[in-house]
Ligand binder design. Structure first.
Ligand code: GA4
Length: 332
């Protein structure tokens, strides 16, 4: 078992929001067995209803996942000054509490990696100092495995939507210029707060992901919550053997709102550490993000103004985490 040393972050909690611990554990999350012949249909239904589903029977070995988790834990267990040498997190690197450039904070520390090999070889800001060779190697191996899985899922979606070009979505992620990234998150427990107030700290505040599709894998500590259509927040039961997929803003646009970019957040657990790894599959910067005509009815109009991924990303980085980023691109 992977064990994190206690309380690796020392600071006041004043600026981090709290939340009543929720008991509404959601048992209705669609579970997709990738080898099932109905998988395509289930995935599309899940993307429309929840923007979220769980994938089992994915072929990624537990042994490998445990190894990567162990290496991540080794990093997060380093003394604070050592970890700080891998910062700042913008554009890539270690971050502690601060999320994004506009004042958001959470009870989380993390590493943000660039996954574009072309950029890594050209741009020094993609290199994170103080990261072990082993961790780099495992992250690279993990990212290629997850990228293949995301492409497989995106091709199933295209088939189910009867799009002639099966790679209509997957080509964007497979492209060597794909602007994808990877993050390792560590949410330390905070028993003091739970004891004092009965509340939990917000680890990562509510938001949608700007990219096409994101894939989350975590250890067996719960914390992830998603927002349902009716606006209620429900807890996703943790499952360290599975992957959780969520639709991002770009896929919502490409399907002209048929798929739902799901709002989600993470509550820190009061007793145990949550360690998660997330792959964010994004398009190349120059790609125009617009509804695919083969998805729309003949008379249907796009709900969104046309934009490139680069424009959307720039605009997203000017927003606060919980802002409705797509709102700025909706046609009035
Ligand atoms: C949310 C999804 C990814 O974690 C991320 C985040 C990014 C960051 O942490 O720097 C952002 C956030 C995310 C959206 C709005 C901006 C940018 C923090 C923030 C306030 C890496 C991403 O691509 O967008």
């Amino acid at each position: 078992m992977v064990v994190l040393s206690p309380a690796p972050i020392h600071h006041n909690l004043g600026d981090i929001e709290t939340c009543k611990p929720t008991t509404n554990i959601f048992t209705g999350i669609p579970v997709v067995d990738l080898s099932d012949k109905n998988a395509k249909t289930l995935i599309v239904e899940a993307c429309k209803e929840f923007g979220f589903f769980k994938v089992i029977n994915h072929g990624v070995s537990m042994e490998f996942l445990t190894k990567l988790e162990e290496e991540a834990v080794k990093f997060f267990n380093l003394p604070q000054q050592e970890k700080d040498k891998s910062g700042p997190s913008n554009p890539f690197g270690y971050g502690n509490k601060k999320i994004g450039p506009n004042g958001d904070v959470g009870w989380v520390e993390y590493l943000l990696f660039c996954t574009n090999s072309e950029l890594i070889s050209q741009d020094a800001t993609t290199i994170i100092p103080g990261i072990s060779e082993t961790l780099w190697g495992l992250v690279n191996e993990y990212v290629s495995a997850i990228r293949s899985m995301v492409c497989e899922v995106l091709e199933m979606i295209a088939e189910e939507l009867q799009i002639e070009a099966k790679d209509a979505f997957s080509r964007l992620i497979r492209d060597e210029k794909s602007d994808s990234c990877f993050r390792l998150n560590h949410y330390p427990p905070c028993p003091e707060l739970q004891a004092l107030s009965g509340r939990n700290l917000i680890g990562f505040g509510e938001h949608t992901d700007p990219q096409i599709m994101s894939v989350v894998r975590s250890n067996n500590t719960s914390g992830l919550q998603i927002c349902l259509r009716d606006g209620s927040w429900v807890s996703v039961p943790s499952d360290h053997t599975s992957f959780f997929f969520n639709v991002g803003d770009s896929l919502q646009v490409m399907t002209n709102g048929r798929f739902r970019s799901v709002k989600h957040r993470v509550l820190a657990n009061s007793l145990s550490s949550r360690v998660s790894m997330i792959y964010f599959g994004g398009p190349p910067l120059s790609e125009i993000i617009t509804p695919l005509c083969c998805v729309m009815e003949e008379v249907e109009e796009s709900l969104y103004k046309e934009f490139t991924w680069s424009e959307y990303k720039k605009s997203a980085y000017k927003t606060r985490l919980g802002d409705n980023r797509l709102g700025l691109f909706e046609k009035s």
